[in-house]
Design a protein around this ligand. Structure first.
Ligand code: FNR
Length: 336
């Protein structure tokens, strides 16, 4: 297997609604090595069409109702990991094949405890069905040419966690991310570093430590400390990155205002859905969501209004003009 390495990397974790293209590009700008997309459900993805968007310079996976489920671009091609929710090896392979030429790796979510994931036997439900885990991963590893990874939560005993990662390693995956919490535990519960340490000792593939955002990783230098403490090869950050993605930057984080502006520029440039942009900016504001800026953001309904709230109306207009020029030239080419 060749391609993306998961050894000694720092990754943006998969996050539903948060891990869309603007956030992934922002994390890359600030120094993340690898960026995971939000979990996308196999049944929905399998119905998508791959469309080259020549105006935006992106590749879009578009649902029958015209919704863009996954948008990616050349800039992240060697760094983006496509995470899917699946409980079915055949369907998982169909989706992996669909995105294979546009992403650096595919990942299977085996840790999400939310109902929309577990109800179909996906996410954390897979943890109680290791044979299914093995079947899905083997099918993917033998069926695609890019690396395959998975993200798990820990099991009740160290022995169980270790035995699971050993079985996972045997499938030929390139890495395993371990969120050091039980599936019943909430993000505020303390992390079980001992499970991540035991997993890292038990296998020779890279283990990616996850779950340190709340109390262990606040600044860039904490990332290395977390890596050492966990004994893992790599680190994956969700909430710390969602709150301020410049945590990936040496010497970071930057002031939130600068980060929000950088984020919004990507959202404008890639025509991100306004509701998604607003959601991500609100997550960044956290307890400042009731501030004057927060209120203006909450009232905004379009990307133009969001841009105005951040004083980026000129940038917004500039991009719209550029995109229009591109549309026009593509149209005249197609008429030749
Ligand atoms: C998540 N998490 C998550 N995990 C996953 O495998 N796929 C997903 O789509 C999501 N979605 C998601 C959304 C949001 C808003 C959050 C905060 C979290 C879990 C996440 O990847 C990670 O495992 C945990 O948040 C613990 O890591 P941190 O936050 O301590 O770095």
């Amino acid at each position: 297997m060749c391609g993306l390495s998961f050894r000694n990397i720092t990754a943006l974790a998969p996050m539903v609604r948060v891990g869309t293209l603007p956030m992934r590009l922002l994390a890359l700008d600030y120094g993340a090595d690898v960026v995971y997309c939000e979990e996308l459900i196999d049944i929905k993805m399998a119905k998508c069409q791959r469309v080259v968007n020549e105006v935006l310079d992106t590749v879009d996976f578009v649902a029958p109702d015209e919704r863009v489920m996954f948008r990616t671009c050349e800039r992240e091609k060697d760094r983006v990991v496509f995470q899917m929710g699946t409980a079915d090896p055949d369907r998982a392979l169909i989706v992996a094949k669909l995105v294979e030429q546009d992403v650096a790796a595919v990942d299977v979510n085996m840790g999400c405890p939310k109902e929309y994931s577990t109800k179909g036997g996906m996410g954390a439900a897979l943890l109680s069905d290791p044979d299914k885990i093995v079947a899905i991963l083997q099918k993917l590893v033998s069926g695609v040419s890019i690396p395959v990874t998975c993200k798990i939560r820990i099991l009740p005993s160290l022995e169980e966690t270790v035995s699971l990662v050993r079985r996972i390693e045997k499938t030929g995956v390139a890495a395993v991310a371990v969120h050091g919490r039980l599936k019943e535990e909430r993000p505020r519960h303390p992390l079980h570093l001992d499970h991540i340490q035991a997993a890292a000792r038990a296998v020779s593939i890279p283990v990616i430590a996850n779950g340190g955002s709340l109390d262990l990783v606040k600044t860039n230098s904490d990332i290395e400390a977390f890596r050492r403490a966990s004994g893992a090869s790599s680190v994956m950050l969700a909430r710390a990155a969602m709150w301020n993605a410049s945590v990936f930057m040496e010497g970071g984080p930057l002031p939130l205002e600068a980060v929000m502006e950088d984020y919004l520029k990507h959202a404008i440039r890639y025509n991100n859905h306004a509701f998604n942009t607003k959601y991500c900016l609100c997550q960044m504001l956290r307890d400042k969501v009731e501030s004057p800026l927060g209120k203006q953001l909450q009232a905004a309904q379009t990307t133009q209004e969001i841009s105005e709230a951040f004083g980026l109306q000129e940038f917004y207009q500039q991009i719209q003009d550029q995109l229009q020029v591109k549309r026009n030239s593509l149209q005249s080419c197609s008429q030749l």
